[in-house]
Design a protein around this ligand. Structure first.
Ligand code: ZN
Length: 243
């Protein structure tokens, strides 16, 4: 099965559509949370996501805050302003969809999905090998897919040598996964690795091959909608620089 792995769409419909078109013909979509927050299109993104085949999705910190299930004070000023706006505009039907998402999912017996990390699904950032080392103890499947950092990354566990190593995946280079691995596809709607193109990954469940991808999208049109909605200017600027 060819699975589209995505994370951190962040209410960016244009980036999400570009990813779906580029990925072309997947049999399942696994989403690692933060469907909403920051961007101007929360309803369109939830609806587009909900219509995907064999969808499995976990919520992120922004989704939970948008639902009103987390104190908004946990977020910085600009993220908070955006979240207050999302709370106002997200329709009851789309809120109900967000409410159905489980914090941890196992879409196959080999894979665990979480937004942040297995030991703290909502908040922990998987940024370094120490964090990864501690988290390898917290899930039982071979593979764990995470989001939240907005940076494509791969953490390998070498059980024999008791080592964890970090790779930044190269674009469109297939990687055969073996052993225990934690992977992050990067962010669809707000990349933070200085590459403004939307990020996603394709995971082939039969061959166990992971391929990271990037795709350009019309950033200006999203910036225009951010400004029209009077959302923080910072969230428009960062899209064109990828931070
Ligand atoms: Zn995020």
């Amino acid at each position: 099965m060819r699975v589209l792995v995505i994370s951190d769409i962040h209410a960016n419909q244009t980036a999400f559509e570009a990813v779906l078109e580029d990925a072309d013909g997947v049999e399942a979509v696994w989403c690692l949370g933060d469907v909403v927050g920051y961007g101007p299109d929360p309803n369109a993104c939830v609806e587009l996501l909900a219509s995907q085949p064999n969808l499995v999705c976990v919520p992120g910190n922004h989704d939970i805050a948008a639902m009103g299930e987390m104190a908004i004070e946990s977020f910085n000023g600009e993220a908070r302003l955006s979240l207050l706006w999302q709370r106002e505009v997200i329709t009851p039907k789309n809120m109900a969809f967000l409410h159905t998402l489980p914090q941890i999912a196992e879409p196959s017996e080999r894979v665990t999905l979480v937004h942040g990390s297995p030991r703290d699904p909502i908040w922990e950032y998987m940024l370094n090998t120490l964090t990864a080392r501690l988290n390898f103890l917290e899930f039982t499947t071979e593979l764990c897919f995470v989001g939240h950092t907005h940076v494509p990354s791969i953490f390998w566990q070498d059980v024999n040598r008791d080592r964890i190593s970090l790779d930044i995946p190269k674009e469109a280079v297939p990687i055969e996964l073996s052993g225990r691995v934690i992977l992050n596809p990067g962010s669809v709607g707000q990349p933070r690795d200085r590459d403004p193109r939307a990020a996603y990954a394709i995971f082939d469940t039969e061959s166990s091959i992971w391929t990271s991808h990037r795709v350009e999208y019309d950033i200006e049109s999203v910036q225009k909608r951010i400004r029209e909605a009077q959302l923080p200017e910072k969230h428009a600027l960062r899209l064109e620089e990828g931070w």
